[in-house]
Structures are given as structure tokens and as C-alpha cells.
Write a protein that binds this ligand. Structure first.
Ligand SMILES: *Cc1c(COP(=O)(O)O)cnc(C)c1O
Length: 389
């Protein structure tokens, strides 16, 4: 058995890098021509494989990459990625050596954190490049920026100025993050005004930034005025225009990158009246044919989907029946003749993924991030299947 056959012997995720390239091009065309393109590859590129996604982004001309953890940035460097890398999350100051060693741009949201990074960088004769984070309404990280309080704006601007002038830091960016870019224009515009207000005040104090940015995927799609100097594309890169199912509007010409498939392990005839799986939550109403798929909640298939999800077998939608187990899930294939062990069931595709998110009461982001390492990633690149790129 080849390694590729082995990877495709149980449950695997096909990651179509040609579709990723298509999405990069499509999103680039939506962006103001002068704005830079930042590809967000945190969380293993939303489950798609961080290194493969980063290589494709680099090959397709992205300007920047973003991660959530400094260690993710270090991993990119260790795999030969040379694009600038921004760590979006404020980081433990003990990670300053990694930032210096791997040339990682770091988000900074308060003075003590900035001071510790600067002190370290200065002690080794380097500078850490930073993007100053402004909290315009997420109440997560960043310098809090009020709507009207002039004296607080003044003192915050002076704090930021102090950070930008620290000898171990090089201030490159100023940014914020939207809380409701997919459904509340009033609040989103307020957030944007706050960021531009912070920029203007800092400029008046003599501090300009090369990269001012605010938008993630939804921000770019719905607010052209918020493209600014750079946009940070996450979920849209992977083919979904909106995380909230039922709120997606147009797909914006994006193509989903991940398809999860499973090789059916057994096909069984079971008489009417029997129950399926733990808890006996499903009773067969007729003599049935049940396909057993080697995928369960330990693979990231949500247990809450019990009795309410579908898979595709021979291209036909089949309901799953009974409790989702740790390692197996059953589907009713009574109406599809000729299903055999070894046939392929599609677990997630462009239709099944949003459906699963909706039924599980969550967003597409969570479903893709949950696809566990035990599901092997198989890449499609230039039309060819490979295990690595
Ligand atoms: C995750 C993240 C993004 C990407 O968001 P999407 O909605 O997936 O495009 C952008 N910016 C920040 C700060 C993030 O944390």
C-alpha cells in the first residue's frame, strides 16, 4: 500500500490547493488595488494544513501572513516561509526571543507588554516589529478607544506614542477587529470611525503607520471603505463567504477547499424493529441496509449531529442514523442499491459542511477547525494528489 492509499483507507480530508489559489485570486480582485493581502493561517489554516496553505499563499503573491500564536509563526519559518508574519494575538512576553529569532511581527495592546518586548529586543541589539491593536468594540485585546471621551483619547494616544517610540520596537501597523461585520453596519461604522480617529490623533502627534487595517473576510465583502492598507482573509480563503449559515448571501464566487471523505467499512442488512447505536435513539421502521463509516466524534464529527445529519454516498444524500459514536457513524442506504464496503462516503463538502454547522448550532469555522489530526490531509495541487507540498 502506498502512503497515499494508506491515508485514504479510513477517513481523510482532501485539501484542494487549486481552489485555494482560485479563492486568493477572487478575493484579490475584490480588494482595493493598493491594499495589501494578508492570508490568515492560524489554527492549522482553519484545519486545512498551515504549511501547505502558507506555501500556496506565498506562491500566489500574498503580502503578509497572520497567525494566532508566536509558535505558529516559528513553525512557518522553520518550513521556509519568508513572507512577513503577523501574530494577531497579544503574546506572553517570554516569547520575545522567538519573535526576534524568527522575525515575527507582533500585535501589542498595552504598555507593560510592549515595554517587556522592547527591553528584550534592545538587550540583544534587535527590534521587534509591532502592530498596535486598538480595541474599538470587541473588549478583547488592544488599547481601549472611547467614542466621545476626549481626555481619555488624548491619554491613550500618548500611551501609544510612548510604545511606538520604545527603542526595541519598530511600529509598522495600527489595527482593530470588527465584532459584527456580517450583520450590523452601524456598529461596524462606529468601530471604523474609532480606528480612523486613533490614526488621525497619532498622526497629529507625529506618529504615522505604514499599515492600518481593520477588515477580516466579512469586512472586505461588505465594507469597501474598510479595506484601508491591508485586509486579513481567513474563512473566505477556505471558500466560505460567511461563518453564519443562513446568513451567507452570495458565495462571492468562492470555492470550498476542504472535502472530508470516509471509506465505508461494512454494509449490513438489519431487520425492521431493531435499534441503532448507543442509547437506542433510532428504531428501523423497515428492513434496512446500514452503512458503517469509520468517522466519529474523536475525528471531530460532532456527537450533537446524532439523527440529524446527512452524508453523500454514490452522490445521494443519506441520513445518518443513531448516536454518532467515538469512531463510527451509521447511515441508512436502503434506497441506494449496490453500496459496498470500500465505497466512499462524503462527510463534508460545500453543502454538507454548512448543513453540519447549522445542525450543530455553530459556525463553519468551528466545524473545519475541529477536523482532527487523525483525519489525514491529502492535497490536490496542480490537479495531482499528494501528501505534502
Ligand atoms: C481570525 C482573525 C481574522 C480572520 O477572520 P475571518 O473572519 O476568518 O476572515 C482576522 N483578524 C483577526 C484579528 C482574527 O483573529
Amino acid at each position: 500500500m502506498t502512503d497515499l492509499e494508506l491515508a485514504m483507507s479510513r477517513t481523510w480530508a482532501e485539501i484542494n490547493l487549486d481552489e485555494l489559489a482560485h479563492n486568493i485570486k477572487t478575493l484579490r480582485n475584490m480588494l482595493n488595488p493598493h491594499a495589501k493581502f494578508c492570508g490568515v493561517v492560524k489554527a492549522n489554516a482553519y484545519g486545512h494544513g498551515m504549511i501547505a496553505a502558507a506555501r500556496k499563499l506565498q506562491e500566489c503573491g500574498a503580502d503578509y501572513l497572520a497567525v494566532a500564536a508566536v509558535t505558529e509563526g516559528a513553525e512557518l519559518r522553520q518550513n521556509g516561509i519568508t513572507l512577513p508574519v503577523l501574530c494577531l494575538g497579544q503574546a506572553d512576553t517570554n516569547l520575545a526571543p522567538l519573535m526576534c529569532e524568527h522575525n515575527i511581527t507582533q500585535a501589542v495592546g498595552d504598555v507593560p507588554n510592549a515595554k517587556a518586548l522592547s527591553d528584550y529586543a534592545q538587550s540583544v541589539g534587535k527590534k521587534i516589529r509591532i502592530h498596535v491593536k486598538i480595541d474599538t468594540g470587541m473588549s478583547r485585546t488592544g488599547f481601549y478607544w472611547p467614542e466621545n471621551d476626549e481626555s481619555l483619547k488624548d491619554s491613550t494616544a500618548r500611551e501609544i506614542l510612548e510604545v511606538c517610540r520604545m527603542p526595541g520596537l519598530e511600529a509598522e501597523g495600527l489595527f482593530t477587529h470588527f465584532a459584527v461585520a456580517d450583520d450590523d453596519p452601524d456598529f461596524t461604522h462606529l468601530q471604523l470611525r474609532k480606528l480612523l480617529d486613533a490614526r488621525a490623533r497619532l498622526e497629529a502627534l507625529g506618529q504615522a503607520f505604514r499599515l492600518v487595517h481593520a477588515s477580516a473576510s466579512s469586512g472586505v465583502l461588505y465594507y469597501p471603505e474598510a479595506h484601508l492598507d491591508m485586509a486579513r482573509f481567513g474563512l473566505s480563503l477556505y471558500g466560505y463567504a460567511s461563518p453564519d449559515v443562513g446568513n451567507e448571501g452570495s458565495t462571492a464566487g468562492l470555492h470550498p477547499v476542504m472535502t472530508v471523505k470516509s471509506r465505508i467499512t461494512a454494509v449490513r442488512k438489519i431487520p425492521a424493529g431493531e435499534t441503532v447505536s448507543y442509547g437506542r435513539l433510532y428504531t428501523l421502521k423497515r428492513d434496512s441496509v446500514i452503512a458503517v463509516m469509520p468517522v466519529g466524534y474523536a475525528d471531530g464529527y460532532p456527537r450533537v449531529l446524532t439523527n440529524q445529519s446527512y452524508v453523500k454516498i454514490h452522490g445521494v444524500m443519506c441520513p445518518t442514523v443513531g448516536r454518532v459514536c467515538m469512531d463510527m457513524t451509521m447511515a441508512d442506504v436502503t434506497d441506494i442499491p449496490g453500496v459496498r464496503a470500500g465505497d466512499v462516503a462524503t462527510i463534508y463538502d460545500y453543502e454538507l459542511m454548512p448543513q453540519a454547522a447549522q445542525k450543530a448550532g455553530t459556525i463553519i469555522d468551528e466545524i473545519v477547525c475541529r477536523v482532527m489530526p487523525r483525519i489525514k490531509r491529502v492535497y490536490i495541487n496542480d490537479g495531482k494528489m499528494t501528501l505534502k507540498i
